[in-house]
Design a protein around this ligand. Structure first.
Ligand SMILES: [Zn+2]
Ligand SMILES: [Zn+2]
Length: 346
């Protein structure tokens, strides 16, 4: 009888999971913005959780509280698309709902950056373009007073759980694999082209370096800006655009070769306008679904898109696929085909 009851309750659980669309095979995506329930000006950070448990933070930026943000949880991998302040995180929030959605209040994260703080606190592996990885390794060393090593790759994969933060530097187009203990497959992370820039603010440099560059009003470039393609173990293939203008590799590399089925696209006037972003999605990347991030405007009020926002212009021009707003603290779940299964699909 006991066994029968157990089987029945398992069956009931499975039914409930099927009804909600939530299953253990989905990738969970949680944006961490300044204002829970909204998509706001500075929002960039997102957590991706593979079904095997590997948890990846993409572009910590300025909308997190730093290493002790309670929303972060475990962070096995830290990705950074480029060195600009709003991505590396020269500033952070002191708590949730700081200021307005249009103009969130932030405090300084100098001298280390939110990216370094989080990687140091979480013993994360940093997978990013070489010079950014080296730069952040030093920041993490300053926090921990211990050198930051290169991640070991036994059997070709970085172990998800590390005893200390480590760096896994890549060149543009380079690939790293991350594997949870006991998992049959690894998560594959590839850097891809972005038509942008990756200059660091002088504020994050050492005083000597800062002084020498001030006279010429320039700073240092930390290598190529990038986007990422992540192949999750359930088959989901996500394109993280980074900040970028239109480029032909969106079609040839991201669509034709990697055949991504979900795109996270960064909006914002310095990178791409709504009509160009819609062209990128409709004609070049052609994913099954889209998530909007990096809006550089307050997009929602009460979680509803503002009719006069730039983001609305983008949403209206995307054809034949759903567009989801990267609403802070709301977890979207995607199956291997890029179909939204739970967490506010519509
Ligand atoms: Zn940028
Ligand atoms: Zn940006």
């Amino acid at each position: 009888m006991k066994a029968k009851h157990f089987a029945l309750s398992l069956f009931a659980l499975a039914l409930a999971a099927a009804a909600s669309g939530a299953t253990a095979q989905n990738v969970k995506i949680t944006p961490l913005g300044t204002h829970p329930g909204e998509l706001c000006n500075r929002d960039r950070a997102m957590i991706f959780e593979d079904p095997t448990g590997v948890r990846i933070l993409y572009d910590a930026g300025q909308s997190v509280m730093g290493g002790n943000d309670p929303r972060l949880g475990t962070v096995h991998v830290v990705l950074l698309s480029h060195a600009h302040t709003d991505h590396i995180g020269d500033r952070k929030i002191a708590g949730l709902n700081p200021g307005t959605c249009d103009s969130p209040e932030t405090i300084s994260a100098l001298p280390n950056s939110t990216t370094a703080e989080i990687a140091a606190a979480k013993n994360s592996s940093l997978i990013m373009i070489r010079n950014m990885a080296f730069f952040l390794a030093k920041k993490i060393e300053n926090i921990r007073s211990k050198p930051t090593a290169t991640c070991a790759e036994p059997g070709g994969s970085i172990a998800a759980v590390q005893a200390a933060p480590c760096i896994a530097p890549v060149e543009l187009g380079g690939t790293k694999f991350v594997k949870a203990a006991g998992a049959a497959a690894s998560v594959e992370i590839i850097t891809v082209h972005a038509a942008h820039d990756s200059t660091l603010t002088r504020d994050l440099l050492t005083d000597a370096q800062k002084k020498s560059l001030e006279a010429d009003n320039i700073s240092v470039n930390l290598g190529a800006p990038s986007g990422y393609v992540i192949k999750f173990t359930n088959g989901l293939r996500v394109y993280l655009s980074g900040d970028t203008g239109l480029h032909t590799e969106m079609r040839t590399v991201v669509h034709d070769f990697y055949r991504v089925n979900l795109a996270v696209i960064n909006m914002g006037q310095n990178a791409i306008l709504p009509d160009a972003a819609a062209y990128a999605i409709n004609e070049l990347v052609r994913p099954a679904a889209v998530i909007v991030s990096h809006p550089n405007e307050g997009v929602t009020t009460g979680g509803i898109i503002r009719p006069n926002s730039r983001t609305k212009l983008f949403v209206d021009q995307v054809k034949g696929r759903p567009v989801y707003l990267g609403i802070s603290d709301r977890t979207l779940e995607f199956d291997g085909s890029g179909t939204c299964m739970a967490g506010g699909c519509y």
